[in-house]
Design a protein around this ligand. Structure first.
Ligand SMILES: [Ca+2]
Length: 328
């Protein structure tokens, strides 16, 4: 099996979202069956900047045993194409069922409600119909910086969700055992790090724990839980054990075909980004890709904790599970 390194241009401009719907035993619509429950729970798992590396959802290159396990439960959509190549437009579009041209959201700086204050979102529709709706991590784009009020607005807390919670790495989780910024600081986000601490010292570990705790909470109403993992998005930081899955020289560098068509300058990855990328050595491509793989395997392990909870409480027959990458 070939393991290949894709350069950052591929990583950023990829337009392939990963979509998966898992329903054990029976499926809705797609396979002509129905869910066992009239009002099923809904688990929407969104993953930030996940892309497909060569196989159906990375498995030929990146170690994703839990994603493979989820795929075995239901239907995989291998030809789903993204509406927009950055977080906020893509996520806003998915949440309301309108294209970015219709929402008017084409960047990461304007909230959906600023353009469409009265729009009904997918979780809001369920909330108004009696579902308990809760968001953990990044479902809508997480703007607002350190301002809690702004952050709550970006998460659409209270309107789409009864509760919405974002998470931060702990002090231990911020301690980098090994890593660096491969642009010498020119691009802040181009940083990788094998972190100290456990999974729960990182936001994604906390997001998995909070999702599981909500699944475990007793209650009669159906629930809609948004579980929004932050990785493998940059900065490429994950607990060290996930870097150890990929020995430094185990990945091959991707080479563009000699006859590749020229890419338009408007494409993401050119301009200031392109200038920085052009200086990358083979070693730097290798480091970044390894970190991306580590982040994906870290996210996958957190996904496994959530799937374990569905197993433990025998919820597959009454839960619609949707797994989606926001844009690649
Ligand atoms: Ca994203």
């Amino acid at each position: 099996m070939n393991q290949r390194i894709f350069n950052v241009r591929h990583l950023i401009v990829s337009l392939i979202p990963l979509v998966f719907i898992g329903l054990c035993g029976r499926t809705i619509g797609l396979c002509g069956g129905t869910l066992q429950a009239d009002r099923p729970n809904i688990l929407l798992i969104m993953v930030d900047d996940l892309r497909d590396y060569g196989g159906a959802f990375t498995s030929e290159v990146v170690k994703t045993p839990n994603l493979d396990r989820l795929r075995a439960h239901g239907t995989t959509f291998e030809r789903a194409y993204v509406q927009y190549p950055v977080c906020n437009p893509s996520r806003s579009s998915m949440m309301v069922g309108l294209r970015a041209e219709q929402t008017g959201i084409t960047g990461n700086d304007t909230r959906l409600r600023q353009k469409m204050p009265e729009i009904i979102t997918m979780p809001q529709l369920c909330k108004d119909a009696g579902w308990q709706t809760h968001a953990f991590g990044k479902l809508f784009h997480l703007g607002g910086g350190k301002n809690d009020k702004q952050k709550a607005l970006w998460m659409d807390a209270g309107r789409s969700w009864h509760t919405a919670q974002a998470f931060e790495a702990t002090q231990l989780g911020r301690r980098i055992i090994e890593g660096r910024n491969v642009t010498d600081g020119a691009l802040n986000w181009c940083q990788w790090g094998a972190a100290d601490g456990t999974d729960d010292d990182q936001p994604d570990g906390q997001i998995a724990a909070a999702t599981v705790a909500m699944i475990e909470k007793p209650g009669d109403a159906p629930w809609f839980i948004g579980c929004g993992f932050m990785k493998p998005h940059d900065p490429f930081i994950a607990p060290k054990k996930y870097f150890d899955l990929y020995p430094p020289k185990s990945l091959e560098i991707w080479r563009d075909p000699a006859d590749i068509a020229p890419v338009r300058r408007e494409a993401v990855g050119f301009g200031a980004l392109g200038e920085a990328f052009a200086k990358f050595t083979e070693q730097e491509w290798r480091e970044l890709f390894r970190a991306y793989c580590a982040g994906t395997s870290f996210m996958d392990a957190q996904l496994g904790r959530v799937l374990d909870a569905l197993d433990r409480y025998k919820l597959w027959g009454k839960t619609l599970v949707i797994f989606v990458g926001d844009h690649g």
